[in-house]
Design a protein around this ligand. Structure first.
Ligand SMILES: Cc1ncc(COP(=O)(O)O)c(C=O)c1O
Length: 392
């Protein structure tokens, strides 16, 4: 029981400094620095979505609370989007507007998890997913996964199966994946779903990059699979798809019983997502189709350019490269800190791999959409000699 001035043990399970704090070092040595450690976009959203275009005259009570469920016009626009993208018709009662996927996952974890429960977290993963689970007092069980997909003999089912215990409650799936850039093959998803159904697990489907895929047809959403609809809870967000990260608008949907509990918990979390930005989100969903197409093509070009420059495999989707820099570390260096410092000295900020999984101390993450193409090209010029220099 924490008494003043102590805080709860769950608070100790996360650090506010999810991203590396090398900025001061970079600024001290460079006029221009390149912040490739932040997962965001350099593109502004379509005009209809922007904050400055949401008008009280058009939306009376613009700054009042929205219904907990979400603005009806937004739920309608999202259902139309899901029909077009996923060929599925959602029941509006089972859709909950959230303040982004971050709040969505947080509310859902609050609903599903008791302290000590375990969640299978295939790694590398979006850094906040681990912390969200941990802040509920639950245990994120990290299973090295996305980086192993091409390993001869890698058995996805066995890898997850061996991590299941009688405390396992849920499996988190994110495809296209932050940070590996992988899109899970159907057979791998099948294997994951066999584990989930065999052990009665919830399946948490993170759709953050559902529109950012590069070299194939739109990937099939995991939550759509017939055999798992009763246990799948999906998280969508406008942050990546529509360049709307600061607006904090996303959606959660799932089966009937749990959605009632999720709506109840949402009331006590943020109550509603920001109302003005819910109207902006309607604009993004209704008028952002071309923007999404353009972004996909620009991001594909940026991802391929970055991968080719650094000599690593091209991403299949998402907005990141995840790079093994163990050959660039000196003898005895157990993590990538010194490498990140060399990058910061050159003016480029990257994320330490460890924030994406305990098994990745010698990896780094690079976001290729956070700066415009000319700046990305300049940053890559600075990184090339560093990534290409083997110290081993
Ligand atoms: C996989 C994944 N899920 C969710 C999020 C967060 O989404 P939101 O901005 O909607 O909270 C991110 C952000 O980087 C992400 O990479």
């Amino acid at each position: 029981m924490p008494r003043f001035p102590n805080v709860s043990k769950h608070a100790h399970s996360v650090s506010a400094r999810v991203y590396s704090n090398l900025e001061q070092r970079a600024l001290a040595k460079n006029e221009a620095i390149y912040r490739l450690h932040v997962g965001d976009t350099y593109r502004d959203p379509v005009a209809a979505a922007r904050a400055e275009n949401q008008l009280s005259a058009e939306h009376p009570g613009l700054h009042k609370y929205a219904p907990v469920h979400g603005e009806p016009s937004l739920i309608e626009a999202f259902i139309a989007y899901v029909e077009a993208r996923h060929d599925e018709t959602l029941n509006p009662d089972l859709v909950q507007v959230m303040s982004g996927a971050t709040a969505g996952l947080s509310v859902v974890c609050q609903v599903l998890l008791e302290p000590g429960d375990e969640v299978l977290l295939p790694s590398p993963f979006w850094p906040l997913s681990r912390g969200i689970i941990a802040t509920k007092g639950a245990v994120p069980v990290q299973v090295p996964f996305y980086t192993r997909l091409d390993e001869p003999g890698f058995d996805a089912e066995a890898a997850l199966e061996s991590a299941v215990t009688d405390r396992t409650v849920a499996l988190y799936v994110n495809t296209p994946n932050n940070p590996s850039g992988r899109v899970l093959p159907d057979a791998t998803v099948d294997a994951m779903m066999r584990v989930a159904t065999r052990h009665g697990l919830w399946v948490l489907c993170d759709e953050a990059y559902e529109e950012i895929y590069f070299d194939r047809e739109p990937p099939d959403a995991v939550w759509k699979r017939r055999g798992i609809r009763d246990r799948a809870i999906a998280f969508h967000t406008l942050s990546k798809t529509y360049g709307f990260a600061g607006a904090r608008v996303g959606f959660t949907h799932g089966p009937e019983g749990v959605m009632a509990a999720i709506r109840g918990m949402q009331t006590f979390h943020t109550y509603c997502a920001p109302r003005p930005m819910q109207f902006g989100a309607v604009g993004a969903l209704q008028q952002g189709g071309t923007w999404v197409e353009e972004s996909r093509s620009l991001y594909r070009e940026a991802g391929y350019q970055a991968a080719d420059a650094l000599g690593v495999p091209r991403p299949e989707g998402g907005t990141f490269l995840f790079i093994d820099v163990s050959a660039q570390l000196g003898p005895g260096q157990e993590d990538c800190s010194a490498f990140l410092e060399r990058c910061a000295d050159a003016g480029v900020l990257l994320t330490p791999g460890r924030s994406c999984g305990a098994d990745y101390p010698k990896w780094v993450r690079l976001c290729f959409t956070s700066v415009p193409p000319d700046q990305l090209a300049a940053a890559l010029e600075k990184l090339k000699p560093l990534v290409g220099t083997s110290l081993a």
